[in-house]
Ligand binder design. Structure first.
Ligand SMILES: Cc1ncc(COP(=O)(O)O)c(C=O)c1O
Length: 409
């Protein structure tokens, strides 16, 4: 039988990173020891006490039942206390917070709850793919706005783009600290943005997945710190990076009660909630480990960043040290820039056994860059730098051009 997929599915291009992953798996099967700096997949474990508590709950038959889709009450209370302790923000647990199966799920379902055909959305580019594709899956149109390093230039471009469009965009996705570019913004940025959103009645969604992974004393601003934020939007946080709980699948959406209610409604149809053992583990993390654990993981990424950036810069690259996130956003070495980021990533994977993400996978504005995830230890990162350097010494840009297709067809 010829299976006809939906038009919705046909609107989605092949997932570039899926193809890179299959190539990586194939090379591993052939015996290559691939240093995987491709996906932002944390390599550390959640705090021991969190794991132990989850293990204890696991043996309770009651925990084997369906859980609550919006999150068990104590979890929502702990998330509210977490925002109070960390940012001095007061949120009503039942009305202004909902637990999500990681922020990726939350963002996807929020797009389905708020957007449909005829709606349009502004997204900074390059971008974390779900900010674009969740809106596309919901049937909306996406207009990308180039993300300049200078926040004033970006915001002015964002407002100009908004004003030029009709019908006016319904929603704007933000994501600071930003994946993949690692850009950060200050409180003034959110003040201007929220003022604009209130005046123009546009919804704001801030993906705050890298809230805690900051370096050199930088502190990231929660969008909800600005008093009017709750009038116009919500923020997503994730336990994945701050607590190294990526596989546990848990995060939160916080802010505007009507938006939370919309997400709650759609999630009520789609899911029965996160496994109770995971929710109880998250309670312990937020209650007992909210301060030192994220700081500990941030310091690990910071040391890795120093090793990676100084190693590649010594080899002739020209990379600025990121202030946040678990990534380095590296301009490709100048002599290779014309080969393109996909071909260069293929070359690195085959000839240095190092997997990185091609910048173009995050949108056209990402071309010319590589996103390098700092998810292996310092020794492995040093090894990756040595292998990259050697591969570049052995293969000229012209040879890279000839040997690799630059696509994943
Ligand atoms: C910007 C951004 N948002 C969301 C996610 C997904 O987070 P979660 O594990 O909470 O779904 C990631 C993961 O890499 C991310 O980089």
């Amino acid at each position: 039988m010829n299976i006809q997929v939906s038009d919705r599915l046909l609107r989605l291009p092949p997932y570039l990173f899926g193809k890179l992953n299959s190539l990586k798996a194939q090379l591993r099967r052939e015996g290559h020891d691939i240093i995987d700096l491709g996906m932002g997949n944390p390599d550390k474990a959640a705090p021991h006490e969190v794991t132990e508590k989850a293990r204890e709950v696991l043996t309770d038959p009651k925990a084997h039942r369906y859980s609550s889709s919006k999150g068990i009450p104590q979890l929502l209370v702990e998330a509210s206390k977490f925002y109070q302790k960390k940012y001095g923000i007061t949120l009503k647990p039942e009305e202004e917070i909902i637990a999500t199966i990681g922020s990726k799920e939350g963002i996807s379902h929020l797009s389905l709850a708020l957007l449909g055909p005829g709606d349009s959305v502004l997204v900074p580019s390059p971008s974390f793919p779900i900010h674009i594709w969740s809106a596309i899956i919901a049937g909306a149109n996406v207009i990308t706005v180039p993300l300049f390093e200078d926040q004033d230039q970006f915001i002015s471009n964002l407002f100009t783009t908004f004003k030029m469009l009709w019908p006016k965009p319904k929603l704007m996705f933000m994501n600071f600290p930003h994946n993949p570019t690692t850009s950060v913004v200050d409180r003034k940025f959110f003040e201007e943005l929220i003022k604009f959103a209130v005046k123009n009645e546009v919804i704001l969604v801030n993906d705050f997945a890298y809230a805690d992974i900051t370096f050199d004393g930088h502190r990231s601003t929660s969008f909800l710190e600005v008093p009017d934020a709750k009038k116009v939007g919500v923020e997503f946080i994730s336990m994945s990076k701050s607590f190294s709980m990526a596989g546990w699948r848990i995060g939160f959406c916080l802010g505007n009660p009507d938006i939370i209610k919309a997400l709650e409604k759609i999630k009520g149809y789609y899911d029965y909630g996160i496994f109770t053992a995971v929710q109880v583990g998250a309670i312990i993390a937020l209650r007992e480990h909210w301060e030192e654990t994220p700081a500990h993981f941030a310091s690990i990424y910071e040391s890795r960043r120093d090793v990676l950036v100084s190693g590649l810069n010594k080899a002739g690259w020209n990379i600025n040290k990121p202030k946040a996130t678990m990534f380095t956003w590296a301009p490709m070495p100048e002599e290779y820039s014309h080969v393109g980021s996909v071909r260069f990533s293929q070359f690195l994977l085959h000839e240095s056994d190092v997997c990185v993400s091609p910048g173009i996978g995050f949108g056209d504005e990402g071309e010319g860059y590589l996103r390098i995830a700092m998810v292996e230890n310092e020794e492995r990162i040093q090894q990756a730098v040595r292998q990259i350097r050697r591969a570049m010494q052995n293969t000229s840009p012209d040879e890279v051009m000839e040997k690799y297709p630059g696509t994943f067809a």
